[in-house]
Design a protein around this ligand. Structure first.
Ligand SMILES: Cc1cc2nc3c(=O)[nH]c(=O)nc-3n(C[C@H](O)[C@H](O)[C@H](O)COP(=O)(O)OP(=O)(O)OC[C@H]3O[C@@H](n4cnc5c(N)ncnc54)[C@H](O)[C@@H]3O)c2cc1C
Length: 396
């Protein structure tokens, strides 16, 4: 009788496969060194060649099932990809959404939508890099959003405004959350919202205006203005009125992957800080001899490693199909705070040179700061944990 693999052996082979993925991503990233990312940042450029190569190598299609041309792997593998991209000094924010936004199509799309879009997303022919949720007047209060989509024959007509919608100018498709029933006509605040697949190229100039926002990091974020944009009714994703769930279902994967990016950023900062502390000599010896220099680096390292454990736990729960809202949110919060701490320590260790762009630290420092605010701010995570895990009263 053939020997059955025991649980530990399966875990070992998965860990080995993840190690192979890490090595391959590291190898790919060496072609796009830190000067490449500095130039992108300086010129507000979009790294099309990097994104294309990451896609061709199959890394951005890790979560797409094999039947649609992806690798059919889990969030644990996807997290390893994102972590390594960030650890190399790259900015994963240029393409991370290609990994997880498709999850809404996968889970809620019709058979036609899945076979129309997913294979082309896996191959890179179609970029689904953009999701439009945030609005200027409602912010974190997503269920109060005001952009409307009214049914008109075989179309929906969209009016309203979105803000901070990233990568839309480098995306073929966007998922849009809009109101299909007025808020005062719904019984629950999460109802009355619907999700749509927007063909960006067809929409721009025909009811959709896109205005880039000049911002602190090179994240390609834009304001969107909808003025009677007509889209085919068949572009509704999931059930009308249940769109909040369609978007929400993709959020745990998003939180975990962004947490993994923060772990990658954190490890990048720790590597830089510990190397510099060992090399830089002032007062006749390496600054790293001083406990005042080495302790903050060791502390930041501890925080990054602790956050990494929560990322690992959340990813494994997600892949096992277990509810992991609390773990995904805690992973995102811990990792974003740890990467920020590591960035701050890295700045301090480098002294004045930290401010020189050629050292790359200030760019990563700006980039990693985003993740305490987007895609969900730390306070909103704490409110979620207080209410849903610790069963305290709702605060808002
Ligand atoms: C670079 C960048 C890229 C982004 N990309 C996208 C994107 O692609 N798609 C998209 O839809 N959105 C995107 N966003 C938007 C992002 O998700 C929001 O900025 C974020 O959710 C916070 O919303 P807000 O900015 O409106 O802040 P607000 O909701 O105005 O909150 C401001 C502050 O008040 C705090 N706060 C608010 N309410 C409470 C409360 N009840 N209790 C305690 N504290 C509270 C918040 O924690 C926050 O610190 C992006 C943002 C940025 C900066």
């Amino acid at each position: 009788m053939a020997e059955q693999p025991v649980e530990g052996q399966q875990a070992d082979s998965r860990d080995e496969q993840i190690e192979h993925i890490r090595m391959a991503v590291r190898q790919l990233c060496t072609k796009y060194g830190e000067d490449y990312w500095l130039e992108m940042d300086r010129n507000h450029g979009y790294p099309s060649d990097f994104v294309a190569e990451l896609t061709q190598a199959g890394f951005l299609g890790v979560l797409i099932p094999e039947q649609y041309g992806g690798s059919g792997l889990g969030v644990l593998e996807a997290a390893a990809v994102m972590e390594e991209v960030c650890r190399s000094g790259a900015h994963a924010g240029v393409c991370h959404a290609q990994m997880y936004v498709m999850g809404s199509v996968l889970r809620h799309g019709s058979v036609e939508q899945k076979s129309k879009y997913l294979p082309q997303i896996a191959s890179g022919e179609l970029r689904l890099q953009s999701f439009g949720v945030t609005e200027p007047t409602t912010g974190s209060d997503t269920t109060s959003l005001k952009t409307t989509a009214r049914r008109d024959g075989d179309a929906y007509v969209i009016n309203g405004q979105k803000v901070w919608i990233s990568r839309i100018q480098h995306s073929d498709l966007m998922l849009l959350l809009a109101r299909t029933t007025d808020k005062d006509k719904t019984t629950r605040k999460t109802e009355g919202l619907s999700t749509f697949i927007i063909d960006v190229k067809a929409a721009e100039g025909n009811g959709l205006e896109i205005r880039p926002i000049e911002s602190m990091i090179n994240h390609h974020s834009c304001e969107l203005f909808f003025d009677d944009l007509r889209i085919p009714a068949e572009n509704l994703l999931g059930e009308e009125g249940k769109g909040f769930r369609v978007i929400l279902d993709g959020m745990n994967a998003e939180r975990i992957l962004i947490a993994a990016e923060c772990v990658g950023d954190g490890r990048y900062f720790i590597d830089k800080a510990s190397t510099y502390a060992s090399d830089r000599e002032v007062f006749g010896r390496a600054i790293g001899h001083n406990q005042g220099v080495q302790f903050p680096i060791a502390r930041a390292y501890t925080q990054v490693e602790a956050a990494s454990l929560m990322v690992d736990k959340a990813a494994r729960m997600f892949d096992a199909g277990k509810p992991c809202g609390a773990e995904a949110n805690m992973a995102k919060m811990l990792a974003s705070e740890a990467s920020w701490q590591a960035g701050d320590v890295c700045m301090q260790t480098h002294g004045g040179f930290a401010f020189a762009k050629e050292y790359h630290i200030e760019r990563k420092f700006r980039e990693t700061r985003l993740y305490q605010i987007a895609p969900i701010s730390t306070n909103l995570i704490l409110s979620y944990l207080a209410e849903h895990v610790l069963e305290m009263p709702r605060s808002y």
